[in-house]
Design a protein around this ligand. Structure first.
Ligand code: NOJ
Length: 738
């Protein structure tokens, strides 16, 4: 065990962690001792920069590979020669407060030792990392996992991620992403809980609870950094990093509540988004970072910019130069600068010249110090070591949970003639190269993952002792395959780099070669089962029409292949429900269930709100998902209760196997002071029902959760003229006026 400098011995009280008041005092004591350089150092987050046999920056090198100036092999070779530079001289001088992207205990402890033992004040470092959906054990991408509609599961997988990541030295994760995402073209749809605000709020809050655990100072607790504040999901045309232009009503009703729920769940950090809102980039947006976050919501944790985002305010055209950007950001309430070095280069002179009051700097520093105290880093700067790291990863319990999460994320979209589940003796011909690739299942954001530890679909089928032949993309063998197989299984969708950050797509249909493979399979007249692997909703009308069965398999992580196989053979009954709408075509984007009423709702008549060349309804609506059993809904009742409305509905499993059903409750207003959504999710509950079993579900809805903002931004919570709906998805419901 290593110890921090004797400097702290005087004021540390044994193993007891400090309360807020005591932390406040310690912060003040430290601030008195700190130089301007040490203060700005605390606000600086560095990533390891790469140095080596190339003269250009890492970003430039990446560009060179993408635009073909160098091959992938050459890129890999150069990367292999690169060393990481941690700017240790700066660290020793107290000019670095935090690192991003270090995911191993040895490096973290080595750097921490420098901070604690060799800097003048011995202030420990804070290590941040993108732990988005698991660390070494990879759980489903957030969009997939949101389809489980199960808060407890979301929390448990976050806890697992924290246990593993903290063993590798991580103190804070840049998650959850609470960005409501209604536009399927946006690649980062994959990183959140889909298009609905309530689901994003529940998902985000559950993740915060799971990451942070009961006590932030525990060695396996990881601070949650909610991102991207705010409304990053509303980027125009779904193009990443693009502008956001929103009415205040829309911002407050549809986007802010999910971040707020995360803050209420105790999230200790917030990452402002890259985008602007109505012309002001979030990185320098005082209204967001001070007025809403701190004043209205009472947040007292830290804010950290997105990567380089402060300096990018110059490119945005809101700051003259880096100095101006640094000034605007700190005045707006941005505490830490992730990797742009704007604070490092400019803050001291800004304070010395009086352009930034030292009090503002102190306030930002105090937010960083507070989280370090709360994490117990002053007492225990080394929360892990090689032994803990070895024991923490990929335990049997972790794999079990990853399998459970993967199974619950799968959404059965079509099952004609109940072709699924398959019998064990069914001869299966598998097409599509993603079937054999375990790495595809990790999704775009599993930074700590080892792809070889993931189970591919083919391995999953082998584990089930299935009768399988694999043909990859080999179209010549389709005829032969069809003759010797009972069903054709086509694995289609997107490769993992096609969703996630910087992966927006203008066309969210299947690639042409996948479509022609599919058409040829259909032409054999053998039943075709499509398993989709993808990180966003896809426009797949042909698949929906012609396939015998469609399984939405997303990117499910370590246990993906086993989960697919267990669903295919009915060892697990599918229960996932979509948290995003699947449109007919890309041109319909953004398409979402909670769209706003018009004066001419789409219909048969020409002069109504619709497209000439696509149907009105989506291919698969929000909330949709089938099971191998069936559920019937009956006896919806709606009545006013003291605090709001009570909804009752009875649900019966009318099939012959047990199954889980997500019961969904929506509402709308016939008239209001502003036009509103045609329906909006109010509550949900997941049930497990044996065959023949009935359960009465009761939703107690509070008035204040059903409100909206009028044109003057008053929050209206009356219950006038409301209609409530309950059922199996956003379209198939019973309804009752209040
Ligand atoms: C950029 C991304 O927008 C953000 O989500 C991520 O946390 C940071 N980079 C750090 O890697």
């Amino acid at each position: 065990m290593m110890y921090q400098k004797a400097f702290y011995d005087g004021f540390l009280k044994g193993e007891d962690f400090m309360g807020a008041e005591e932390i406040g005092k310690k912060i003040d004591e430290l601030l008195k001792k700190m130089t301007l350089e040490e203060k700005t150092g605390q606000l600086r987050q560095c990533g390891p920069s790469l140095v080596g046999a190339f003269e250009v920056s890492f970003e430039e090198l990446l560009d060179m590979m993408f635009d073909g100036r160098i091959s992938k092999e050459e890129f890999d070779r150069l990367m292999g020669t690169a060393k990481q530079d941690f700017r240790e001289e700066d660290l020793r001088a107290g000019r670095i407060g935090s690192y991003n992207g270090i995911g191993d205990a040895e490096t973290a402890n080595r750097l921490q030792k420098i901070a604690v033992e060799e800097t003048r004040l011995g202030i420990p470092l804070l290590f941040g990392y993108d732990v988005i959906h698991g660390f070494r054990t990879v759980t489903p991408i957030p969009l997939a996992e949101s389809c489980a509609w199960e808060d407890g599961l979301w929390e448990r997988t976050a806890r697992l991620a924290a246990e593993e990541a903290t063993a590798a030295g991580v103190h804070m994760t840049f998650a959850p992403m609470a960005d409501v995402a209604k536009d399927a073209r946006w690649g980062r749809v994959s990183e959140g809980a889909g298009e609905d605000v309530l689901l994003n709020a529940h998902y985000g809050a559950s993740k915060v609870r799971g990451f942070q655990g009961k006590e932030l100072s525990a060695p396996d607790a990881m601070a949650a950094c909610v991102k991207h504040f705010a409304a990053y999901g509303a980027v125009e045309a779904g193009r990443d990093y693009n502008r956001v232009d929103l009415s205040r009503q829309k911002l407050y009703e549809e986007y802010l509540p999910a971040y707020k729920a995360c803050i209420e769940a105790g999230a200790r950090a917030v990452m402002p988004a890259f985008n602007d809102i109505n012309g002001v980039p979030c990185s320098v947006n005082k209204e967001l970072l001070r007025d809403i976050l701190r004043e209205d919501w009472g947040f007292d944790g830290m804010t950290v910019s997105d990567a380089n985002a402060i300096a990018e305010c110059v490119t945005h055209g809101i700051a003259r130069d880096k100095k101006d950007a640094a000034k605007q950001a700190i005045l707006a309430g941005m505490d830490m600068d992730m990797t742009s070095d704007s604070y490092h280069e400019e803050l001291i002179s800004l304070v010395e010249s009086g352009e930034v009051d030292e009090k503002i700097l102190d306030e930002a520093v105090s937010h960083i110090l507070r989280i370090k105290f709360e994490l117990g880093l002053f007492e225990h700067p080394y929360r892990t070591g090689a032994e803990r790291e070895r024991e923490a990863f990929l335990t049997p319990e972790a794999r079990k949970l990853a399998l459970e999460a993967a199974e619950k994320s799968i959404v059965l979209l079509k099952n004609d003639g109940r072709i699924l589940p398959l019998k064990k003796e069914t001869r299966i011909a598998v097409f599509g190269s993603m079937a054999e690739s375990a790495g595809e299942n990790t999704g775009a954001w599993a930074v700590g993952a080892h792809p070889e530890e993931c189970v591919s679909l083919l391995e999953g089928l082998q584990n089930e002792k299935a009768d399988v032949r694999f043909y990859g993309e080999n179209m010549e063998q389709i005829k032969e395959a069809a003759e010797s197989a009972d069903v054709l299984l086509a694995v289609l969708g997107e490769h993992k780099e096609e969703s996630g950050e910087a992966a927006s797509r203008a066309d969210i249909g299947l690639h042409a070669e996948q479509l022609s493979l599919f058409e040829e399979l259909v032409a054999t007249e053998k039943p075709v089962i499509v398993l989709l692997m993808n990180g966003r909703p896809l426009a797949i009308p042909e698949i929906a029409r012609k396939a015998s069965a469609v399984i939405e398999g997303w990117q499910l992580g370590t246990e993906a292949g086993n989960a697919y196989a267990r669903i295919l053979f009915g060892e697990t009954n599918p229960s996932g429900k979509l948290t995003v709408t699947f449109p007919y075509s890309s041109g319909q984007c953004p398409m979402y269930y909670a769209h706003i009423n018009t004066g001419r709702p789409g219909g048969k008549s020409k002069f109504t709100s619709k497209y000439l060349d696509t149907p009105l309804e989506p291919v698969y609506p929000f909330g949709f998902g089938l099971s191998y059993t069936e559920f019937s809904y009956d006896a919806l009742s709606v009545e006013k209760s003291g605090a709001g409305v009570t909804i009752r509905i009875s649900v019966k499993n009318v099939g012959d196997i047990p199954g889980e059903e997500v019961v969904q409750c929506y509402y709308s207003r016939r008239t209001a002071k502003r036009v509103g959504p045609v329906r909006k999710l109010a509550a949900y509950q997941k049930l497990f029902l044996e065959p023949g079993e009935t359960e009465k579900v009761v939703f107690e809805l509070k008035k204040e959760d059903l409100g909206y903002y009028d044109k003057d931004m008053n929050y209206v919570t009356d219950l006038e003229d409301m209609v409530f709906y309950a059922g199996t998805n956003s379209q198939d419901t019973l309804e009752q006026a209040l």
